[in-house]
Design a protein around this ligand. Structure first.
Ligand code: AMP
Ligand code: MG
Length: 425
């Protein structure tokens, strides 16, 4: 269960799958809450939703036209106009006041309720309506079309029957879902709540963007890219700032971060780092430091802080190099967050592509190479975005996929088929 690493040998490295498994088994879908539909897209519905109403709520007209009795117009055609007395106009949103007796008709607008005894609507185009353009009060209308019962009538409950199970628990809310909920009159729905993700960086060298650069310092890019990644997943980022490489600073920042569903830190998890970062993190729980058999993003920390207490909170410690932190986020944080959000498909789509250039694999790890995938007539083509060093963040800028070179292969050559994890949403 616990994997210690004693050196650089592959046997001591944890496979990507094993690391993922060990992380993911510590996460469960969060509890449900009642949430406004307007802000719910992407969330998972936490209840079976039944409709309190029928939709349509009443039989109504599918066209602007005349509500008639079909048996009154059986003889009607373009050459044989049947005249009916017009008794009222029914607008959408108002109710008919008169039934359609033989020889009568009501002007009716799309969406307006069908009057009693009418069983068809004849569209304006099939009547003498245009003869009356500008007439306020039409007394009689010529019908030029026969219609079978039900023509141009939208039946009550045709879309949704009252009490029908419309949306099942586990459904991921789309704009259409929000529309259906609204159509049933629901302003709120029970969803799995959004996880709060604390994000912190560690390192004496780090400055926040906006601060003035000084020698030896760099800007903290990891926090920004991780906050953005968390937002894109629909979770709530809580940026707690930069911890210095000293015990008190790390302690302070961690204390601020404890009030969340997951803490994501970056840097301070590789060998040769200031041990105090590890030490402080370990004060709060059993943090494990792993070497994952992947490139980039080999070093990774994982543990549950305050384990066995009510305020237990998992921590994923990402590597410091900017590309490593994003690639490790993809592999480990994204599925953990998705799982908390109640999602069951935690995988990104993987496609097969023909590699245009090559991928090196010199030490038996699984390589995730940053590639641009394009669709051609013969299928997908993947091309690396250039320098694959883990500090070259701009190589991530162009990438829409991560092409995999497996652990047991020395590399991939031009023309080889590669699996590519698509990372663009
Ligand atoms: P470390 O894991 O602390 O040894 O960091 C590895 C590399 O990542 C170093 O070059 C750090 O300067 C860099 N690094 C660490 N944290 C960040 C960050 N938040 N933003 C950008 N680069 C970072
Ligand atoms: Mg550091």
């Amino acid at each position: 269960m616990t994997t210690h690493h004693h050196g650089h040998h592959h046997e001591d490295m944890l496979s990507v799958e094993k690391a993922r498994q060990q992380i993911l088994r510590e996460f469960e879908p969060l509890d449900a809450e009642t949430f406004p539909i307007s802000d719910s897209v992407g969330l998972v519905i936490a209840e079976n939703v039944r409709s309190g109403i029928s939709i349509p709520t009443l039989d109504n007209s599918a066209m602007d036209g005349y509500a008639v009795r079909s048996q009154d117009v059986t003889a009607a055609s373009q050459d044989n106009t049947v005249n009916l007395e017009v008794i009222e106009t029914i607008a959408a949103g108002s109710l008919p006041t008169k039934p359609i007796e033989p020889g009568k008709a009501s002007r009716i607008m799309t969406g307006a309720p069908i009057p009693d005894l009418a069983d068809a609507v004849i569209p304006f185009e099939e009547t003498t309506e245009e003869d009356f353009l500008g007439t306020a009060d039409i007394k009689e209308i010529g019908i030029k079309m026969a219609a079978s019962p039900g023509t141009n009538i939208r039946i009550k409950g045709k879309d949704i029957e009252k009490n029908e199970l419309v949306i099942e628990k586990g459904h991921i809310i789309t704009p259409a879902t929000v529309g259906v909920l609204a159509s049933m009159g629901m302003s709120h729905v029970k969803t799995i709540r959004k996880p709060v993700i604390s994000i912190l960086s560690t390192g004496n060298e780090l400055l926040s963007p906006g601060e003035e650069l000084s020698d030896g310092k760099i800007y903290d890019s990891n926090s920004s890219s991780i906050v953005a990644s968390v937002m894109l997943l629909g979770a709530i980022p809580k940026y707690v700032g930069i911890a210095k490489d000293d015990m008190d600073s790390v302690r302070d920042k961690l204390a601020e971060a404890m009030d969340s569903d997951l803490i994501i830190s970056s840097a301070g998890v590789s060998k040769g780092d200031y041990d105090m970062v590890k030490d402080v993190m370990s004060e709060h729980g059993d943090l494990q430091f792993w070497s994952v058999r992947m490139r980039p993003a080999k070093p990774l920390a994982f543990g549950i802080l305050n384990k066995n207490s009510r305020k237990a909170v998992p921590l994923i410690g990402l590597p410091g190099n900017p590309v490593s932190s994003l690639v490790a986020f993809e592999q480990f944080c994204r599925p953990a967050i998705q799982k908390m959000m109640g999602k069951t498909n935690l995988e990104r789509p993987i496609i097969k592509a023909v590699l245009k250039d090559s991928i090196e694999n010199y030490d038996g790890r699984r390589v995730y190479a940053r590639v641009v995938v394009t669709k051609t007539e013969t299928g997908f083509v993947a091309e690396t975005t250039g320098n694959q060093d883990s500090n070259i963040l701009t190589s991530m800028l162009k990438a829409n996929g991560l092409a995999i070179c497996p652990e047991d292969e020395h590399g991939k050559n031009p023309g080889d088929i590669v699996s590519v994890v698509m990372i663009d949403d």
